[in-house]
Write a protein that binds this ligand. Structure first.
Ligand SMILES: *Cc1c(COP(=O)(O)O)cnc(C)c1O
Length: 951
C-alpha cells in the first residue's frame, strides 16, 4: 500500500495513524519488510489472511468509502436530527437530568478524563481514584450502607450481581430467590437471564402481602417500585432475616435524599443506577450502576473498589483495593466477570452530587416529588383514580380502557408517557419537569383542573440521617471552585493527552475529537431507551449501519450491540452457545475449554452460564498445546460445549494452528468462541467468522475508538454465525430483537456512544482500517526489535514476528538483580510514561501495545526510556546502587520528596529528570503506594477530615 500525502487533502486516516510515510518506512526497515503488504504476508498466517483487491480486504468491500470529519459530522447530525427529543416521562430507571455545563465540558468532553485507563498504576491515577472514592462515599451515604464499589454496568446487571452476591454470602443453600412483583421489567428480565444457568429458581410474589412459604436464600425488592409505589420494607427485611434469607433493595438515590435508606432498615445489599445524577439517558447508556453492602460483605463485592492507603513517605494515597477478589486473579472462582465498568459516568455522577451538595439534591428531589404530587392532585380532582397514595416521582393512574388515548394525547403535546396496560398510565417526573409539563399531562387525561399538593411521601419513612457531609460534597458550590477541583484532579493523572499508554491487551489508541463530539448532542443523548420506535429512526439506522459494518469486518452473519462491556459480550456469546446446544437437546454439553493464558474474564463468564471450565495448557512457545487440547477434547467429547480462544493470542502472537484448533473442537460437536478483544490485529486482515469462530465479542472501547474513560464505559458487541443468531440478546422493551436474554438493562446497551465507532469506521473506510491494523503490527514489531536485546521478547510467531503487542520478559533480570516489573513500571512514571500491562498474561513480564496512533518520535522515546531503565538495572546488578535504595525501587519520585532530606546514593536529577528536561515533566502525586496496608485497613469512602490532619 502506498499513502501519498497531499498536504492540502490529508484524510482522517492520515490524522488517526501516527507514523508519517517516512517514519513508516523507517519502522518497516527496522522490522525487515519492504511494505505494509509484505508485513501482512510475513506476520499473519496464510491460512487465515484475507485476499486484498487494491487496498481493500475481502469482505470489507461492502463498507462505504471513507469520508472526512466534516462529512461524517454532517451525516451524524442528520441521523441525530431524525430523532425526536420528546419530553420523557416514561421513567422506569431512566430520567431526564441537567448535566451542569461545567461538568459536561470538563469531564465528558475533556480528554484528560475520558482517555485515561483503569487506575492500575495508582501513583499516576490519584485524580480519578479520588473522584471514584467520592462516588463510593456518595452511594454509601445515600443508601446507608458501609461500602460501595466504583460502579456497576447498569441497574439491571447490578440487581443480578446483588442476587449472586447474596447467594455467596448466605450459608442457606436453598436455590430459591424471591423477587417482588413491582420491579422494573428490565431488572426482572436480566435477573431471569442470569438465574437460569446458575440453577437459581426465581419466585415472584407481591411482598406487600408478606413473604411466600418455603425456604429461599434471598429476597429482592425495589424502592420506589416500578409502579411508583413506596413501601416500607422494614418488616419484610426482618422476616427474611428470621427465615435465614438476605435482602437486596434496588433504590433510587434521588428518592433516598428524602426516604429512610435501605441500610437503616437492615438491607444486606443495595443496588441501582446513578443515571439521574447528571448523566444523560443516552437511549439506554452508558451510566453508572451501583452496588453497596455492609462491611462484612466487602470481600463479596463484584467489580472494582477504590481504597485508601499510604505511600512510601507515609502520605495518604488511593488505589484499587481487594483486587484478589477480581476475575483477573480468581478466574473461574471470581465473584463476577466484571472488568470494564462505568468510571467516567461514575465520576460525572459523583461530581454532580459535589456540585449540588446534600441541600441541592434534596431541593431537586422535593421539586420532583412536588410535581408528581401536583399531577396526582389534579387528576384526582378530575375524577381519575390514582392507584398508590404514597409515591416519590411516579404517578400511576387508572383509566379503564383509556391508556392508549391518554398516551396519544400526551404524545401530541410532545410528551412520552408509559402505557402500563390498557387501563393504566404511568407518569414520572424528573429534574427537568416543569409546571407546564404537568399541566400538559393533565390535559392529556382530558382534565383541566390544576391543583397542588405536598409530596406524597410516607410520613413514617422520612429520612432523618444526614448524608454527603464530607468536604468533597460541601466545598465546590461555585463554578470556579468546581472547575479548579476537576483540573487539580486530572492534573494528577496520565491519560492519552499526555503520553502514550502502551498497555498490552487494552489498545489505547486515539479517540478522535470528531468521533466524540456527537455523543452529547441531544438527538443522541436525550433519548429514553423505551421511547416509541417512531421517535428514534436515526438512532436505529445508525445501529443498523454499525451492525452491518461489524458483520463485514468480522465475517459473522449477525451482530448485537447490547452487551455493555467485553465481559458482558463473553457472557452473551456463551449464553448463545448454551441455548444453541439446549435447543438441540444437548443439555449435557457444558464443558468449556480455556487455554491457561486466557484473560480472567473468560473463565468467570463461563461459570456464569453454568459451564465447567477445563484448562488447556500452553507450549513453551506460548501457543496452545495442541496435544493437550486433543486429550481434553477426547476426555470431554460427549460434554464439550465450547472452546474460548483469544486471537491473536494473549501472548501477542498469531498462532498458526488456529484453523486446526477450531476444526478439532467442531469435529467433537463443540462451538468456538473467539475472544476478539485483540481485533486491532485483525481488522482488514482476517475475519474470525471465516477462520473458524462461531461467536466473538469485540471491544469497541479498544479497537473501535470508544475512550476507556478511566475504566469504562465500554461496548462489547458480539458477532455470531447464522446458527447462533436466534440466540442473540433480546429485550422486553424491543420485541423486534427477538432472541434470548436480555443481558443489559437497555435493548441497545450503551447506545449513545455508538456514534464514536460509527464515525471511526466511516472516516477510515476499508483501506484506512487495514492500514491502521498493519501500522499497529509494524509498530509493535519495531518495539520488539528495538527492545529485545535489553528485555527479551518472550514469544514470537513464524518469521520471528509478533502481532500488535509484545511481551518483554524481565524474570531473569529480576532473578539477577532483584529489580522487579513493579520497579520498572513505577520508574516509567519518572520518565513521564504510563507503564505497559504488568504481569499479564505472564507474571514477571511487561506487555507493550503501541497501537497505530503513536508516531515514531513517541515510540522511540518510550524505547529510549526502557533502554535507559535497563542501564539503571545494570547499575543495581553491578552493585553500584543497593537493591533497596536505587532510582527504580525509589520510584516514582514526587516534587515534594526533592525538598526533603536527600540521603540516597543517586542524585535528585537522576530521580526526576533521568533523560533531561526535554520531555514535559509529569509529576506523580504520590510515592510508591503500599497496597497491602490498604487491604489490611480497608477504607473505601472519603476519610474524615481529622484523618487528613493526622497524615
Ligand atoms: C479487555 C479484554 C477483555 C474484557 O473486556 P472488558 O470490556 O474489560 O470487560 C476480555 N478479553 C481480552 C483478551 C481483553 O483484552
Amino acid at each position: 500500500m502506498t499513502h501519498p500525502i497531499d498536504p492540502v487533502t490529508r484524510t482522517f486516516a492520515d490524522r488517526h495513524v501516527g507514523p508519517s510515510p517516512a517514519e513508516l518506512q523507517h519502522i518497516l526497515g527496522t522490522v525487515g519488510v519492504g511494505s505494509l503488504a509484505a508485513l501482512a504476508t510475513a506476520a499473519v498466517p496464510a491460512t487465515i489472511l484475507d485476499d486484498v483487491h487494491g487496498d481493500v480486504a475481502d469482505g470489507l468491500d461492502s463498507l462505504p468509502d471513507a469520508i472526512s470529519e466534516q462529512e461524517a459530522l454532517a451525516r451524524l447530525a442528520e441521523l441525530a436530527g431524525r430523532n425526536t427529543v420528546a419530553t420523557s416521562m416514561i421513567g422506569q430507571g431512566y430520567y431526564d437530568t441537567v448535566t451542569p455545563p461545567v461538568l459536561l465540558r470538563n469531564i465528558v468532553e475533556d480528554p484528560a478524563w475520558y482517555t485515561a485507563y483503569t487506575p492500575y498504576q495508582p501513583e499516576i491515577s490519584q485524580g480519578r481514584l479520588e473522584a471514584l472514592l467520592n462516588f463510593q462515599t456518595m452511594v454509601a451515604d445515600l443508601t446507608g450502607m458501609d461500602i460501595a464499589n466504583a460502579s456497576m454496568l447498569d441497574e439491571a446487571t447490578a440487581a443480578a450481581e446483588a442476587m449472586t452476591l447474596l447467594r455467596r454470602a448466605n450459608k442457606n443453600r436453598s436455590p430459591r430467590f424471591v423477587v417482588d412483583t413491582d420491579l422494573f421489567a428490565q431488572t426482572r428480565a436480566v435477573i431471569d437471564t442470569r438465574a437460569v444457568p446458575l440453577g437459581i429458581e426465581v419466585v415472584e410474589a407481591d411482598l406487600t402481602r408478606g413473604l411466600p412459604d418455603g425456604e429461599f436464600f434471598g429476597v429482592l425488592v425495589q424502592l420506589p417500585g416500578a409502579s411508583g409505589r413506596i413501601v416500607d420494607w422494614a418488616a419484610v427485611v426482618e422476616e427474611a432475616h428470621e427465615r435465614g434469607a438476605l435482602v437486596a433493595v434496588g433504590a433510587d438515590l434521588l428518592a433516598l435524599t428524602l426516604l429512610t435508606p435501605p441500610g437503616e432498615i437492615g438491607a444486606d445489599a443495595c443496588f441501582g443506577t446513578t443515571q439521574r445524577f447528571g448523566v444523560p439517558m443516552g437511549f439506554g447508556g452508558p451510566h453508572a450502576g451501583y452496588l453497596a453492602v455492609h462491611e462484612k460483605q466487602a470481600r463479596q463485592l463484584p467489580g472494582r473498589l477504590v481504597g485508601v492507603s499510604v505511600d512510601a513517605d507515609g502520605a495518604r494515597a488511593y488505589r484499587l483495593a481487594l483486587q484478589t477478589r477480581e476475575q483477573h486473579i480468581r478466574r473461574e472462582k471470581a465473584t463476577s466477570n466484571i472488568c470494564t465498568a462505568q468510571v467516567l459516568l461514575a465520576v460525572l455522577a459523583a461530581m454532580y452530587a459535589s456540585y449540588h451538595g446534600a441541600d441541592g439534591l434534596k431541593a431537586i428531589a422535593l421539586r420532583v416529588a412536588g410535581h408528581a404530587a401536583d399531577l396526582a392532585a389534579s387528576l384526582r380532582a378530575a375524577g381519575v383514580e390514582i392507584v398508590h397514595d404514597e409515591f416519590f416521582d411516579t404517578v400511576l393512574a387508572r383509566v379503564p380502557g383509556g391508556a392508549d388515548r391518554v398516551v396519544t394525547e400526551a404524545k401530541d403535546a410532545g410528551i412520552n408517557l408509559r402505557r402500563v396496560d390498557d387501563d393504566h398510565v404511568g407518569v414520572s417526573c424528573d429534574e427537568v419537569t416543569t409546571a407546564d409539563h404537568v399541566a400538559a399531562v393533565v390535559r392529556a387525561f382530558g382534565a383541566t383542573v390544576v391543583a397542588t399538593d405536598a409530596p406524597a411521601l410516607p410520613a413514617g419513612a422520612a429520612r432523618t440521617s444526614g448524608y454527603l457531609e464530607h468536604e468533597a460534597f460541601t466545598r465546590y458550590r461555585t463554578e470556579t471552585g468546581m472547575l479548579r477541583y476537576l483540573r487539580a484532579l486530572s492534573d494528577k493523572d496520565i491519560a492519552l493527552d499526555r503520553s502514550m499508554i502502551p498497555l498490552g491487551s487494552c489498545t489505547m489508541k486515539l479517540n478522535a475529537t470528531a468521533e466524540m463530539e456527537p455523543i452529547t448532542w441531544p438527538g443522541f443523548s436525550r433519548l429514553h431507551p423505551f421511547a416509541p420506535e417512531t421517535d428514534v429512526p436515526g438512532m436505529l439506522d445508525l445501529i443498523g449501519d454499525l451492525e452491518r459494518w461489524l458483520v463485514s469486518i468480522t465475517g459473522y452473519d449477525a451482530v448485537s450491540v447490547q452487551p455493555n462491556a467485553g465481559s458482558q459480550g463473553e457472557y452473551a456469546g456463551l449464553l448463545a452457545i448454551r441455548e444453541y446446544h439446549f435447543s438441540r437437546g444437548d443439555e449435557n454439553r457444558t464443558v468449556c475449554l480455556i487455554p491457561s493464558s486466557a484473560h480472567g474474564t473468560n473463565a468467570a463468564s463461563a461459570v456464569m452460564v453454568g459451564m465447567k471450565v477445563v484448562v488447556v495448557g500452553c507450549r513453551d512457545n506460548g501457543d496452545v498445546d495442541v496435544d493437550d487440547l486433543h486429550a481434553k477434547i477426547a476426555q470431554h467429547a460427549e460434554n464439550l460445549a465450547a472452546i474460548m480462544i483469544t486471537y491473536p493470542s494473549t501472548h501477542g502472537v498469531y498462532e498458526q494452528e488456529i484453523g486446526k484448533i477450531c476444526a478439532a473442537v467442531h469435529d467433537a460437536g463443540g462451538q468456538v468462541y473467539v475472544d476478539g478483544a485483540n481485533l486491532n490485529a485483525l481488522v482488514g486482515l482476517a475475519r474470525p467468522g471465516r477462520f473458524g469462530g462461531d461467536v466473538s465479542h469485540l471491544n469497541l472501547h479498544k479497537t473501535f475508538c470508544i475512550p476507556h474513560g478511566g475504566g469504562g464505559p465500554g461496548v462489547g458487541p458480539i458477532g455470531v454465525r447464522e446458527h447462533l443468531a436466534p440466540f442473540l440478546p433480546g429485550h422486553p422493551a424491543a420485541p423486534r430483537l427477538g432472541g434470548v436474554g436480555p443481558v443489559s438493562a437497555a435493548p441497545y446497551g450503551s447506545a449513545s456512544i455508538l456514534p464514536i465507532t460509527w464515525a471511526y469506521i466511516r472516516m477510515m473506510g476499508a483501506a484506512g482500517l487495514r492500514r491502521a491494523s498493519l501500522t499497529a503490527i509494524a509498530s509493535a514489531n519495531y518495539i520488539a526489535r528495538r527492545l529485545d536485546e535489553y528485555f527479551p521478547v518472550l514469544y514470537t510467531g513464524e518469521n520471528g514476528m509478533v502481532a500488535h503487542e509484545c511481551i518483554l520478559d524481565l524474570r531473569q533480570l529480576t532473578k539477577d538483580t532483584g529489580v522487579t516489573v513493579d520497579d520498572v513500571a513505577k520508574r516509567l512514571a519518572d520518565y513521564g510514561f504510563h507503564a505497559p500491562t504488568m504481569s499479564f498474561p505472564v507474571a514477571g513480564t511487561l506487555m507493550v501495545e503501541p497501537t497505530e496512533s503513536e508516531n515514531l518520535e513517541e515510540i522511540d522515546r518510550f524505547c529510549d526510556a526502557m533502554i535507559a531503565i535497563r542501564a539503571e538495572i545494570d547499575r543495581v546488578g553491578a552493585g553500584e546502587w543497593p537493591v533497596d535504595d536505587n532510582p527504580l525501587r525509589g520510584a516514582p519520585h514526587t516534587a515534594e520528596c526533592l525538598v526533603r532530606e536527600w540521603e540516597h546514593p543517586y542524585s535528585r536529577e537522576i530521580a526526576v529528570y533521568p533523560m533531561g528536561t526535554a520531555r514535559p515533566k509529569v509529576w506523580p502525586a504520590v510515592r510508591r503506594i503500599d497496597g497491602a496496608h490498604g487491604d489490611r485497613n480497608l477504607v473505601c469512602s472519603c476519610p474524615p477530615l481529622e484523618a487528613f490532619a493526622e497524615a
